[in-house]
Design a protein. Structure first.
Length: 312
């Protein structure tokens, strides 16, 4: 039997052939509403030794990042928990603290949820809100600038340090792990930029996946001329003999936004980013054609989708 991929499973389930988005938009009476669900599973998403309060917070930020990609502020949260029989009272309290603190941090009301027994921890976070306007994955125009809300490569470096015991300085290890376990939300910036961004997507599955999906939905070619990363990631890559392209393009778990913007709106985008303490990386531009390509004048190649996919 041929192995099913995540993409094929979604196609089998999606009989109406609806284009996938980070958040589902629907009408409820005269209100345009938004909802999304994200799942975090112990065996695939939680490294051993993780603080459960960080994990429960991260599960909320994961859904928040989907809302940020649409420029929508969520208002309510529901959590469904599957827990093993062996879980302790202290561990449950730690999970609860993470949910409560995250909802307080981002101004979301936690309504309740459901609890089940299973063989491992599994968390499902559902967020709800209303949306007068929102940003789509498609919408990139020829001449648009491709940007990210931050650097890439730290979270994949953290996983290399945790699982492969890679060499790094204490400072770099601490920084990378902090970005992996306690990701930041770009919600405020995205909401304020909603009328200036032409397309946007959450990068949690990896930059290469994100760029290819946006290119495909916009039916445009994305030419990337610079990798969005910092010198310390380059040094880590060189020291450990890991390809920089792999760390930056194929890692995932960044929860940054990848977006396109018309050149005339860049000044305002930078002003909003500064107000929200965000570093904008201009990484390329949109042109006629299809596919995602890298060309910095020194090397050129096609960027294929090698980001995270379940069942791959």
């Amino acid at each position: 039997m041929k192995k099913l991929s995540e993409e094929k499973i979604i196609k089998l389930m999606n009989k109406k052939k609806i284009r996938s988005e980070d958040v589902e938009i629907f009408k409820l009476w005269n209100k345009q509403c938004a909802a999304c669900v994200d799942t975090l599973v112990e065996s695939t998403d939680i490294p051993k030794g993780s603080k459960l309060s960080d994990i429960s917070r991260k599960s909320v930020v994961s859904s928040l990042s989907d809302f940020a990609a649409k420029g929508i502020i969520p208002k309510f949260c529901i959590v469904s928990l599957t827990l093993p029989k062996t879980i302790s009272k202290k561990q449950v309290q730690e999970l609860s603290r993470g949910f409560s603190n995250a909802c307080r941090e981002f101004g979301i009301k936690l309504l309740g949820g459901d609890t089940n027994q299973g063989i491992e921890i599994s968390i499902h976070v559902v967020l709800f809100g209303t949306a007068k306007n929102f940003i789509r994955r498609k919408g990139a125009k020829v001449g648009d600038i491709v940007c990210t809300t931050g650097p890439f490569g730290y979270t994949s470096s953290a996983l290399e340090i945790i699982f492969e015991k890679r060499k790094s300085t204490k400072k770099f290890s601490r920084k990378s792990k902090n970005l992996f376990f306690r990701p930041k939300s770009r919600l405020g910036f995205a909401h304020k930029s909603i009328n200036r961004i032409t397309s946007s997507m959450d990068s949690s599955d990896g930059l290469s996946s994100c760029l290819n999906e946006m290119s495909k939905q916009s039916k445009k070619k994305f030419l990337i001329t610079e990798l969005p990363t910092n010198e310390d990631v380059k040094e880590f890559s060189k020291k450990n003999g890991i390809r920089l392209n792999k760390l930056v393009l194929d890692g995932g778990e960044e929860f940054e936004l990848v977006f396109t913007v018309m050149p005339k709106n860049l000044k305002k985008i930078y002003a909003l980013a500064k107000k929200n303490k965000i570093s904008i990386f201009e990484i390329g531009h949109v042109s006629k054609g299809n596919g995602v390509f890298f060309d910095d004048g020194k090397e050129s190649f096609k960027i294929t989708d090698n980001g995270w996919q379940h069942f791959r």
